[in-house]
Design a protein around this ligand. Structure first.
Ligand code: NAD
Ligand code: MG
Length: 390
């Protein structure tokens, strides 16, 4: 029996993970499930999977969670610290699928007890990549990528020598607005930005796909996780979302990973790694698909990609500034305080101010420094948003 925890169990990735686990209940012992506001889902899954503990991020919902778990053997807990404590319970495999920088500390806690961490939470690599990798090394733990592009790169690298890699190409669907005239982007509404042409995901990553902040984060994630140089990493727009990434080797060969846009592939690969087991995903009929297409990403349409290059070049804690500014700008767009195209304006302005003001690029890579940088960048982003909104 493998001991499994799922952080962010009620979200899109969490539910896809539970879908796979629930198909073979005898193989897994569920340790912890965590969520936030969706108590009924959290409690229902905790009962169904007989979890040891269920934790909500919201302390005021503890009584509701307790009530929903009455008669079960599952313990209830609440609050941010309780999530990190649950992540630190001994487990063999932990899914990190909380959205945002809130996933960093629980992910580190799981690594500290030596778990294999299946990492969907790209924010933790963007804001603290070096810290994540160093923690994994120090505790003999392993990080397996779950973001579809990074799982694809990871799979294309099996049996290869990383020094033979010339370039890594990650694909982007182009999101909701890939065919809109650039001038119209400023008028994009929340509802329009919240629908994705190919993938069914949480709202925040869906909007980040429309703005390409998701791809920008993934470029940085590629650099941090695989240790390749920024000039070796490319993004290409591929509207069909069938090829998730390609790895180019020094002999000119490109190894592509092709599959349907279903996150259960990447989750299942990380769950069963290093084995490949049968997964309930669609088998592609290439003749029926007929054609796959590619275009260069336009940095006028998607300034987030240019900002990601600047962050990769700057290194240090600039990823923490970028992630925090992006999360705050996204909050501002969701709240209706700023328009769609103003999100990248906010991030650009914060990037230009925060590192210079506090010297974070040179600061040591500790959790405290990441948290302090995150805090400063959010503060700065809110002041930029207030100025734009006012
Ligand atoms: P989601 O919004 O559907 O779910 C987020 C989960 O995090 C929920 O369980 C929620 O309760 C929990 N959560 C939210 N705020 C929290 C907080 N402050 N503290 C603790 N828990 C909190 O998001 P998602 O689409 O499943 O994405 C999860 C992560 O996986 C993100 O980092 C995202 O970028 C990444 N990812 C998602 C997909 C996808 O297909 N959905 C693909 C690749 C990567
Ligand atoms: Mg992805």
């Amino acid at each position: 029996m493998r001991r499994i925890s799922i952080l962010g169990a009620t979200g899109s990735i969490g539910q896809n993970t539970i879908d796979l686990i629930a198909r073979a209940p005898g193989d897994y012992e569920v340790v912890a499930l965590t969520g936030a506001g969706n108590i009924s889902q959290l409690a229902a899954d905790a009962r169904r999977l007989n979890a040891q503990i269920a934790v909500t991020a919201h302390e005021h919902l503890l009584d509701d969670l307790r009530a929903a778990l009455t008669g079960s053997e599952t313990e209830a807990a609440a609050g941010t610290a309780a999530i990190t404590e649950a992540a630190a319970r001994p487990a063999d495999w932990v899914m990190s699928a909380i959205v945002g920088a809130a996933g960093l500390e629980p992910g580190l806690a799981a690594l500290q007890q030596g778990s294999t961490l299946a990492l969907a939470n790209k924010e933790s690599l963007v804001c603290a990549g070096q810290l994540m990798l160093a923690t994994a090394r120090a505790h003999n733990a392993r990080i397996l990528p779950v973001d579809s592009e990074h799982s694809a790169v990871f799979q294309a690298l099996v049996g290869e020598d990383i020094s033979a890699v010339e370039r890594v190409i990650i694909t982007a669907s182009g999101g909701a607005f890939r065919d809109w005239p650039v001038e119209k982007l400023a008028t994009a509404t929340l509802a329009q930005a919240s629908s994705h042409p190919n993938w069914d995901m949480g709202q925040r990553i869906t909007i980040d796909s429309a703005s390409m902040f998701n791809k920008a984060m993934e470029l940085i994630e590629t650099k941090e996780f695989f240790g390749v140089r920024p000039d070796q990493i490319e993004a290409v727009v591929h509207p069909e979302s069938m090829i998730h990434a390609l790895v180019g080797f020094r002999d000119g060969a490109l190894m592509a990973h092709v599959g349907p846009p279903d996150m259960r592939h990447a989750i299942g690969y990380a769950l069963h790694w290093p084995e490949r087991r049968s997964l309930p995903v669609e088998r592609l009929d290439l003749a029926a698909i007929g054609q796959l297409s590619f275009r260069a990403p336009c940095e006028t349409r998607w300034p987030a990609l240019r900002l990601a290059r600047e962050v990769m070049e700057a290194g240090g804690l600039s990823g923490a500034v970028f992630n925090a500014a992006k999360e705050t700008a996204l909050d501002g767009f969701i709240a209706g305080d700023i328009g769609f195209t103003q999100m990248s304006d906010v991030v650009e302005e914060v990037l230009s101010r925060v590192p210079a003001a506090a010297g974070q690029n040179d600061a040591a890579f500790t959790l405290d420094n990441v948290a302090e940088t995150d805090h400063l960048a959010r503060q700065e982003a809110r002041s930029v948003i207030n100025r734009k909104a006012g």
